[in-house]
Every structure is written in structure tokens, then in C-alpha cells.
Design a protein around this ligand. Structure first.
Ligand code: GTP
Ligand code: MG
Length: 230
């Protein structure tokens, strides 16, 4: 039996998500921690953890260095809407802001980024909505990462819906560059002298080369241990 409170909560959840695809904030709910996004992140993290465990037992090493999640602050959602020049309404949010729930997965080796992407792709629960591959095609400033928009099934108050999570996948070297670039350029609002831009891009290139060097070293080490076994 539904108490009035329960049906009210249910209505809120219904208004907050699209049963097909996508996700919304409940109208006017800017302050409360958005439960749907929390659930979506937890669910996705669980899936990825189980892939990681399976992988580790099969291969003997974990392909993932660490996972971080965050939910965009209401203030920065409003900022972004303003930047995009759109009004703050639930519908606009669903269309325009796909990174309310965000996950960053950091890997030791670059090839493992693509292996995990394949596993996400194969998962019957997760839908890949789009991929932006800034590893194959780095941004002009040198930024490297693989961005994937994933839609995750969530059930809240008995209502089934799908919530979108922006997943950023990158190596330790790419993460090192992106973290430091963020610290360096944060207060400049991304307007820096050209020579600094060039230096940063060349540092990003060095991080990319480091990833390749480490991959080559890994294959050498693996072939050594194959020889030991023979
Ligand atoms: P926003 O940047 O969030 O407005 O989204 P967008 O639609 O422009 O997508 P984009 O792929 O450019 O960036 C999404 C996210 O990737 C950002 O919020 C950052 O976390 C990260 N990112 C993208 N470009 C850079 C960059 O040049 N430097 C760093 N440090 N992070 C970046
Ligand atoms: Mg951007």
C-alpha cells in the first residue's frame, strides 16, 4: 500500500528520469543530493569492479589503477547552462548536460583503456551513447583521454530509468598531464601566452611517448616471463 509520501517520491523520480534514455534533475531540485546520479555511479562502479576482478584472476594483474566519481555541483551546472546560453529547466538539463554524473578511470597502460571499453560495450546492462577519442586524436592543447557517455539502468522508488554517466578513461601519464594542466591554467581561464601553450602541448606529447615506451617494456617483460616458463 502506497502512503502519500511514497507516491509523491515516486512522482519525483518519474519527473527526474526518462524511461528510454537520459536523465534529469527533479524540477527545481538544485540543492538536494541527486540520488539518481549517486545510484548510477554506484551501479557502474560495481560493474567495473567486477570486470576488474575477473581480469585480475585471469591475467594476474589489475588493468585499473584507480576509479574516481563525482557529481557536478549545482553551481557549476548553472554556470555551464549559462555558458551554453540555455535556461535552467529539467528538459534542458537532460539535453545539454551529459556530465552531471562523472567517472574517471585511470589505467597503467594505454591498451587496457580500449580493452575496458570493449567490455563496457559488450555489457548487456550498459549502453554506450557516444565515444570521443582524444587518445587517437588529442585536443590541440595536447589533452588526451577517451570519453564515453554510458547510460546505466537505475531503479528508484520502483521506477526503472536510465541515467547517463560521462566516463573519462586515461593512463597515469595522461592523468598526470591533465591534473597539472588544470592546476596551471585554472586561474587563467584558459587564455595563456602562445609559447606556454606550445610547451604544454609538447609536455602532453612526452606523456604520450612515455605510454608507448611503457607498453614496449611490458611486452618485453611478458616475453621474458614466457621464456622462464619454457
Ligand atoms: P565541458 O568541458 O565539461 O564543458 O564539456 P565539453 O562538452 O566541452 O566536453 P569536453 O570533452 O571538451 O570536456 C569534458 C571534460 O573533459 C572536462 O570537464 C574536463 O574534465 C576534461 N577535459 C577536456 N579538455 C580538457 C583539457 O584541455 N584539460 C584538462 N585538464 N581537462 C580537460
Ligand atoms: Mg570542454
Amino acid at each position: 500500500q502506497d502512503t502519500p509520501e511514497k507516491s509523491e517520491r515516486e512522482a519525483l523520480v518519474r519527473s527526474a528520469c526518462d524511461p528510454e534514455d537520459g536523465s534529469l534533475f527533479p524540477d527545481g531540485d538544485w540543492v538536494q543530493p541527486p540520488l539518481l546520479y549517486r545510484h548510477a555511479l554506484e551501479k557502474l562502479e560495481e560493474e567495473i569492479e567486477s570486470i576488474r576482478r575477473e581480469w585480475k584472476s585471469a591475467e594476474g594483474f589489475s588493468p585499473i589503477e584507480h576509479i574516481k566519481t563525482r557529481i557536478k555541483e549545482p553551481a557549476s551546472i548553472l554556470n555551464k547552462l549559462e555558458r551554453l546560453g540555455v535556461e535552467a529547466s529539467a528538459e534542458r538539463l537532460a539535453d545539454q548536460i551529459h556530465d552531471i554524473a562523472g567517472m574517471r578511470i585511470v589505467f597503467p597502460f594505454v591498451t587496457d583503456v580500449y580493452l575496458l571499453l570493449e567490455r563496457i560495450w559488450q555489457s548487456p546492462d550498459l549502453h554506450v551513447l557516444w565515444i570521443r577519442d582524444y587518445i587517437m586524436e588529442p585536443k590541440p592543447n595536447g589533452y588526451r583521454s577517451l570519453h564515453v557517455l554510458v547510460s546505466v539502468p537505475v531503479t528508484l522508488e520502483g521506477v526503472d530509468c536510465r541515467v547517463r554517466v560521462e566516463v573519462q578513461m586515461r593512463t597515469l601519464a595522461m592523468d598526470f598531464w591533465a591534473s597539472l594542466e588544470h592546476i596551471l591554467l585554472y586561474k587563467y581561464d584558459r587564455r595563456v601566452p602562445e609559447h606556454l601553450e606550445q610547451e604544454l602541448a609538447s609536455a602532453a606529447g612526452a606523456a604520450g611517448e612515455l605510454d608507448h615506451k611503457m607498453l614496449a617494456l611490458r611486452s618485453e617483460v611478458l616475453s621474458l616471463s614466457d621464456e622462464d616458463e619454457r
